[in-house]
Write a protein that binds this ligand. Structure first.
Ligand code: NAD
Length: 555
């Protein structure tokens, strides 16, 4: 078996003609293919969807075998995927998931990149990231509302509710990081987004996430200052290495208002380019001397974090954006690397306490009209939530679809089940042209254990407890999700996280209605429960108000 790149082009089928024996199998097939759509994936020829080497299938032989298995899968059977390879089909029953996936899981004492690469080279493993290996990636839109919410909350906490007149500096214009420039401009701010790879920056310009690109730091600073002083929003892509550009900014006494980073620092071999190297030189070194590459990459990250710490000292608001760069710098001897906070405890946790997180849906018809109809329904159903309605209006106007038309919307406990039923009814009546796939990121309220990210600084100190994502996956299987996944290492790299994904299909049937009701209750319910158990008042109150039964929390 080989990991060689393969030039073939994969795109999900559209329309109402089935290629499989049922809509749930069809949904899995289309979402797998959609993950690899050249408009969606970062390196589809290598099966890489996003996040360093986050893949949709282990290799092309496995991809073909998955497609074949899905086409033959009966409505009472379940296909098992082990790190991107289809390994079995069992007869289960109609209400059970059609696909179960376990990606990148290693026994804890062996859970590091060295072991992973050894197994990956032997063709025994695949890195699934979060939504890459669990077939519910929808392009940069999948993260854009979360990123928008993060910057909106930052604006509320530090800048009176708007980023107008402020300058943000960040790096990493990849699959997820590429959502940053648009999120800052949606909050009326100015942003300089650094990336070593000009093609990544161009991709963000093509998909309207970024306004313009420059090569010179001086030009970027001048443009940013001018726009900020005029109160104009603007996003500027700067081709450069963050480990060089940030120290150079300090050298020029340019101290941004806000500093963060979304290079793929979680993966020092494939996700971060050492300072002083061109992309080509980096590629060569990675192949010829991976140990040396990792060494240089980690020491560059230490320089990068030191510059972020210095900017914090000089007045910038600095936060870690979920790529584990602080941990690498700390291991490299930067003892105060954790002096700036992660984005979850700083800006997102209250949402998790209400079971809110990156909920999403995609139209299997391929017709944007289906999404626009659902936009209208969201705004009608949740009209009282002005913030959410503003998001939908902006998304409709500013976000270009990638692959199958899709929408992201941070809904919480109760709201998700309510909306799931509405969607299913609209499929049943034919208002929507084809079934809708409903899913979420693994970065959600109750589906991840990641002490340097989603579960950083938990109130009761339970940051590293990984029972929660396992319970999340188990209860979603019991509730009848369409496919469920358990992954390791997503977001922050090998050894640092465990997380689970779920997808449920609204195909308009009565059976789907029941499954949706159950799954869209258990899944966000786990978020409320996880945070209530950790002692968060808002989560305890939510559990009480919504009637979630927790045997050790009084009604
Ligand atoms: P990606 O691999 O698609 O993109 C990473 C980008 O970083 C690439 O464009 C690469 O060229 C660039 N890069 C590498 N080294 C650089 C350097 N030294 N200087 C400047 N640019 C450099 O990854 P992605 O999907 O965009 O994810 C980025 C990171 O963010 C990952 O670590 C991921 O786990 C994390 N992440 C965070 C969130 C969140 O909500 N906070 C969500 C998903 C992912």
């Amino acid at each position: 078996m080989s990991n060689e790149s393969n030039p073939r082009e994969v795109r999900a089928p559209r329309g109402t003609v089935l290629n499989t024996k049922g809509w749930v199998q069809e949904a899995a097939l289309r979402m797998l293919m959609n993950n690899l759509d050249p408009d969606v994936a970062e390196h589809p020829d290598k099966l890489v969807v996003y996040g360093g080497i986050g893949k949709a299938a282990r290799n092309w032989e496995s991809f073909d075998a998955i497609v074949k298995a899905l086409k033959n899968l009966e409505e009472d059977e379940t296909l098992l995927i082990q790190s991107g390879k289809p390994v079995a089909v069992f007869r289960t029953h109609k209400h059970s998931p059609r696909v179960l996936l376990a990606n990148s899981n290693l026994v804890p004492a062996f859970a590091n990149w060295e072991k992973f690469h050894e197994l990956d080279k032997k063709g025994l493993m695949m890195y699934g990231q979060m939504t890459a290996g669990s077939w519910i990636y929808i392009g940069s839109q999948g993260i854009v509302q979360g990123t928008y919410e993060t910057f909106a909350e930052l604006a509320r906490q530090h800048f009176g509710g708007s980023l107008k007149g402020t300058i943000t500096v960040t790096a990493g214009m990849g699959g997820m990081g590429g959502a940053q420039p648009l999120s800052v401009t949606l909050n009326d701010g100015v942003v300089i987004g650094i990336d070593v790879d000009a093609t990544r920056i161009q991709k963000r310009i093509d998909s309207r996430y970024l306004d313009q690109v420059v090569d010179s730091l001086d030009e970027a600073i001048a443009l940013a200052k001018e726009a900020a002083s005029e109160g104009r929003s603007l996003s500027i892509g700067l081709v450069g290495n963050a480990a060089e550009v940030l120290p150079a900014m300090i050298g020029k006494a340019f101290i941004p208002d806000i500093v963060t980073d979304q290079t793929s620092a979680h993966d020092p071999l494939n996700g971060y380019l050492p300072a002083g190297y061109t992309l080509e030189q980096g590629r060569k070194l990675r192949e010829e001397n991976p140990e040396q590459y990792v060494k240089l990459s980690k020491s560059s990250m230490a320089v990068h974090v030191e510059a972020m710490l210095e900017m914090k000292k000089l007045g910038s608001i600095v936060f870690d954006y979920g790529n584990n760069i602080r941990q690498v710098a700390f291991d490299e001897g930067v003892s105060n690397a954790f002096d700036f906070p992660g984005f979850v405890p700083a800006y997102i946790r209250p949402q998790f306490c209400e079971g809110k997180g990156p909920f999403r849906w995609a139209a299997l018809s391929g017709d944007p009209e289906d999404i626009y109809k659902l936009d209208e329904v969201v705004m009608k159903t949740f009209a009282h939530n002005e913030h959410l309605c503003k998001w939908i209006r902006m998304a409709k106007e500013k976000i270009a679809f990638q692959g199958l038309p899709a929408r992201i919307c941070w809904l919480g406990y109760g709201e998700r089940a309510q909306f799931g039923k509405i969607i299913n009814d609209m499929v049943a009546t034919g208002e929507l042209k084809a079934p809708i796939v409903i899913g979420r990121d693994h970065l959600d309220a109750g589906s991840v254990a990641s002490p340097n990210r989603e579960t950083e600084a938990m109130r009761d100190g339970s940051d590293a407890v990984a029972d929660w994502p396992i319970l999340n996956a188990l209860v979603n299987v019991s509730a009848g999700a369409s496919w469920v996944s358990v992954h390791h290492g997503g977001g922050v790299g090998m050894g640092y996280s465990m997380h689970a994904g779920m997808v449920v299909v609204a195909d308009g049937t009565k059976e789907a209605e029941e499954r949706l009701e159950r799954v869209l209750t258990t899944d966000p319910g786990m978020g409320v429960v996880r945070h209530a158990d950790a002692g968060y008042d808002l989560a305890i109150e939510t559990a009480r108000n919504k009637g979630i039964r927790m045997p050790m929390i009084a009604k």
